[in-house]
Write a protein that binds this ligand. Structure first.
Ligand SMILES: NC(=O)c1ccc[n+]([C@@H]2O[C@H](COP(=O)([O-])OP(=O)(O)OC[C@H]3O[C@@H](n4cnc5c(N)ncnc54)[C@H](O)[C@@H]3O)[C@@H](O)[C@H]2O)c1
Length: 569
């Protein structure tokens, strides 16, 4: 009779019942038990990637495991394994097969138990002897009689394997049966979802951001902040710092702080003044000092709770603290949810211009609760909406069509249209930044549609509340389309549609009448743009809706003339 026993270990961790569904599944157990084959099939069933930790170690070392043992001994191998496991566990959710000794190493075991779902695959020694005899390249089996070695290892490692969250005993079962057993056990655990408190029982949308070597997940949904403690726990060690601003703090800080404390995390906060002015060296220095005083190190993750300002400065602080610690984004404005929290651009401003000091540093997790947008002032909501429209105009004409029909619904409180628009925007941004993380191949630049004109307008208004970033982007996009028409690149009808849509939702589409500036002054501001290479400023122009491209040969004298005309009208 086939035997496939499934047992929950009685000594499961205290957080056992709340292990969230976004953890990687880590197969542990003795060599020969089938971790790789079963892991591959399990990953296929779950629609996840599969990774074999031993293969990753070999790739990193540039030689076989047998060679690593020979040259560096078991100690050297475990050290490499620890580093590889850290990298794998910091990545997107996947199925990971580990080497037989990985879970015996205290540091690796602690990491897997804290951040993953450990599944102990177990089988009788006879079966293991049969299986390992077929591929006897394992260094530890070269040291004596394989049966004796396996028995000794089984005995010595059992107390460690027993600590896994799930125990599956496969024996002679076909691998597919074992996979079904694991799926059943996982389902058991994953149906224990945290409560959703706003009455909307929809599961969050999970969007992977597949940036090479540093993938992460964006979770989007209404009411997610109510369960943020559980959702964030896998990314946190024993302590964290929440950076927020004084508007957001009054609304959401106490709740988040309480939840994290309930999860056993030691939390402190830094509260910045609300608004763009906080993105400066003085606030950065205060954040860094606090992080150092609190003993935050590279393994810790700090939390940005707020809009783009909080996200940008917190991300930058995380990128330079001890040459880089991890951070989590909890974006609370529409602009931050659809744009700034994803993609890893971090920055502060200088008196000479915006975002002039910064870095590319990806968050390890983004939690976007769409319900918090209900407390956002309408003007801020509209500013964020401009960035949503941008994604349709860049390369998704069908999404722009949809926005024309559903724009007002997207702006309405807690609508499914809003969640959909945020999801589409994050997917669009994730796809672009995955291709060009550091804006170096001309792909990510597409996200700057409307930003060259927009930044000049922001500069002309002193980066003040007179013109919010998203408002400037909306006017900038209209100018980019009008200018594309002027150059004969874009049908006039498309430019009219763009202008009309922004107007229809209540966004300004023309240069501000009281703005005492000139085409020349605006072009001078543009020359501060970070996209400038050897004095040439590339422009985002359009052949039509959904057909944005990067143009390197724009004549700035012509742009000056165009802007003078726009200002005069
Ligand atoms: N890193 C990037 O890729 C990127 C992309 C776009 C913009 N940005 C940056 O983002 C910044 C603009 O971000 P923003 O528009 O979110 O501005 P913001 O962070 O200043 O937030 C706007 C205002 O809304 C308040 N607020 C935030 N959440 C709230 C909520 N849920 N309820 C009530 N009030 C709330 C804030 O306190 C603030 O007063 C700019 O500095 C811009 O340069 C960065």
């Amino acid at each position: 009779m086939q035997e496939t026993a499934l047992t929950r270990h009685p000594n499961a961790l205290p957080n056992d019942q709340t292990a969230p569904s976004n953890r990687s599944i880590v197969l542990v157990g003795l060599m020969g038990v089938g971790k790789t084959t079963i892991g591959r099939r399990l990953a296929h069933q779950l629609g996840l990637d599969f990774v074999d930790a031993d293969e990753e170690i070999e790739k990193a070392a540039g030689c076989s495991i047998a060679d690593i043992f020979e040259r560096f001994g078991e100690y050297g191998f475990r050290d490499g394994e620890r580093r590889v496991m850290h990298r794998l566990m910091a990545g997107a959710r996947q199925v990971i097969a580990t080497g037989g000794g990985a879970f015996v190493d205290a540091a690796t075991r602690a990491l897997i138990l804290a951040e993953g779902l450990a599944v102990w695959l177990d089988a009788d020694i006879d079966i293991l002897v049969d299986r390992t005899a077929k591929r006897n390249t394992r260094p530890l089996l070269q040291t004596g009689d394989p049966r004796e070695v396996l028995m000794r290892l089984a005995e010595a490692r059992k107390p460690f394997y027993q600590q896994a969250h799930i125990h599956i005993s496969s024996n002679r079962s076909p691998h597919d049966v074992t996979v079904q057993s694991i799926l059943g056990a996982l389902k058991d655990r994953m149906t224990i979802q945290p409560p959703v408190t706003n009455g909307n029982s929809n599961a969050p949308v999970e969007i992977p951001v597949n940036i090479a070597g540093k993938p992460y997940t964006v979770e989007i949904g209404a009411g997610l902040l109510a369960t943020a403690g559980i959702r964030l726990r896998p990314y946190l060690k024993s302590r964290t710092v929440i950076v927020t601003d004084n508007s957001v703090a009054g609304l959401y800080l106490v709740n988040l702080d309480r939840q994290l404390k309930e999860q056993g995390v030691d939390v402190s906060h830094i509260i910045l003044p609300a608004g763009e002015a906080a993105k400066n060296f003085t606030e950065l220095s205060a954040i860094l000092s606090h992080l150092v005083d609190r003993g935050i190190d590279r393994a810790d993750a700090i939390i940005a709770l707020g809009g783009g300002v909080v996200g940008d400065i917190t991300g930058f602080a995380a990128s330079i603290l001890r040459r880089g610690c991890r951070f989590i984004q909890i974006p609370t404005t529409l602009l931050a949810q659809v744009d700034s929290s994803v993609g890893g651009k971090t920055a502060i401003n200088l008196p000479q211009g915006k975002n002039l000091v910064g870095s590319f540093h990806q968050p390890c997790f983004v939690l976007a609760d769409t319900a918090v947008l209900d407390t956002l002032p309408r003007r801020q909501l509209l500013a964020g909406y401009a960035e949503i429209v941008k994604y349709g105009l860049i390369n998704d004409a069908a999404f722009f069509d949809w926005l024309e029909a559903n724009g007002q619904a997207v702006l309405a409180s807690n609508s499914t249209e809003r969640t959909y628009a945020i999801e589409m925007s994050v997917r669009a941004k994730a796809a672009i930044v995955a291709k060009d993380e550091t804006e170096s191949s001309g792909v990510r630049e597409l996200l700057n549609l409307g930003h060259t004109f927009g930044h000049a307008l922001e500069a002309a208004t002193g980066f003040s509340d007179a013109l919010l970033h998203g408002e400037a982007v909306a006017i900038g996009i209209v100018l980019a389309f009008d200018y594309s028409c002027e150059l004969g690149l874009c049908p006039a009808a498309d430019a009219v549609r763009v202008r009309h849509h922004f107007k229809s939702v209540g966004l300004r589409t023309s240069l501000i009448p009281w703005l005492a500036t000139s085409g020349e002054a605006l072009v001078q501001y543009m020359m501060q743009d970070k996209k400038i290479r050897s004095g040439a400023l590339p422009f985002l122009l359009a052949h039509g809706i959904g057909q944005t491209y990067l143009e390197h040969t724009v004549d700035l004298a012509h742009v000056t003339h165009f802007l003078d005309k726009a200002l005069a009208s």
